[in-house]
Design a protein around this ligand. Structure first.
Ligand code: MLT
Length: 242
């Protein structure tokens, strides 16, 4: 199924929950782990991030903070996946707090399997889900402060479309899940022009105003990173070895 954090069922959890924040938190998480970050520790609250990261050896930590798309003063990094080079993040733990993405991770942190997905690591996530065959899967799109977002929906559609195509499942098998059917339709309509779609999105527009053109292009390009960010303890994501 596909939800926004505010609309996930209150008293249930799936076996596998996938956080999606294509612009840009889950793209950044995938990029940082691919570049050899030891782990990502996500916080919805900036004060908590500072308190916990203070206890970590300073040479082994980085702080990433984003609010409204911009870097938080006092942090080493904002939320650009392009800053996460091996030279910068290799061997370090990235303590990160973003406007929406880290809140989504917190909402689903008690599921048995928690993953972070973006378009950049879509294929790796699809292969993992197919191999694990979890009975229930939620994809949770972060959106913006509770609102729907095109980029997270199209990513959910990209994941679902790939899974049903690989498993040879007809679209009628997901009938009744309106959000999921809509996200697959959105992906099928835009799959060859994902960057154009991102320019139409409200957060895409916000990032254009912040001149994050290269980030938009990077985040709109599917299947560039073979990495599965998986929660290994509450709030901590590491690269799944496969
Ligand atoms: C978020 O968590 O809202 C985003 O990742 C915002 C961004 O930095 O683009």
């Amino acid at each position: 199924t596909y939800h926004t954090p505010e609309r996930t069922p209150a008293n249930e959890l799936p076996i596998c929950a996938i956080a999606i924040d294509v612009l840009r938190a889950t793209s950044t998480i995938a990029a940082a782990l691919k570049s050899g970050a030891e782990a990502i520790q996500a916080f919805s609250n900036m004060d908590m991030l500072m308190e916990v990261s203070d206890k970590w050896p300073s040479e082994l930590r980085l702080r990433g903070g984003e609010r409204g798309g911009a870097k938080v003063v006092g942090c080493d990094l904002g939320n650009s996946p392009l800053d996460c080079t091996p030279e910068v993040v290799g061997g370090k733990r990235l303590f990160i707090s973003t406007t929406n993405g880290t809140r989504t991770l917190q909402r689903i942190q008690d599921a048995k399997i928690v993953l972070a997905a973006a378009l950049v690591n879509r294929q790796a996530i699809v292969d993992y889900v197919i191999a694990q065959e979890p009975e229930t899967v939620w994809m949770v799109g972060s959106g913006w402060e509770g609102d729907y977002s095109l980029e997270d929906s199209v990513c959910a559609g990209a994941i679902a479309d790939s899974i049903i195509t690989k498993l040879n499942v007809p679209l009628s098998d997901v009938a009744g899940n309106d959000e999921l059917v809509a996200s697959i339709a959105l992906y099928r309509q835009w799959k060859d022009n994902l960057l154009d779609l991102f320019y139409l999105a409200s957060h895409g527009q916000r990032l254009v105003r912040l001149e994050c053109f290269a980030d938009l292009k990077f985040c709109a390009t599917p299947d560039t990173l073979d990495i599965i960010p998986i929660q290994t303890s509450v709030g901590v994501l590491q690269a799944h070895s496969h």
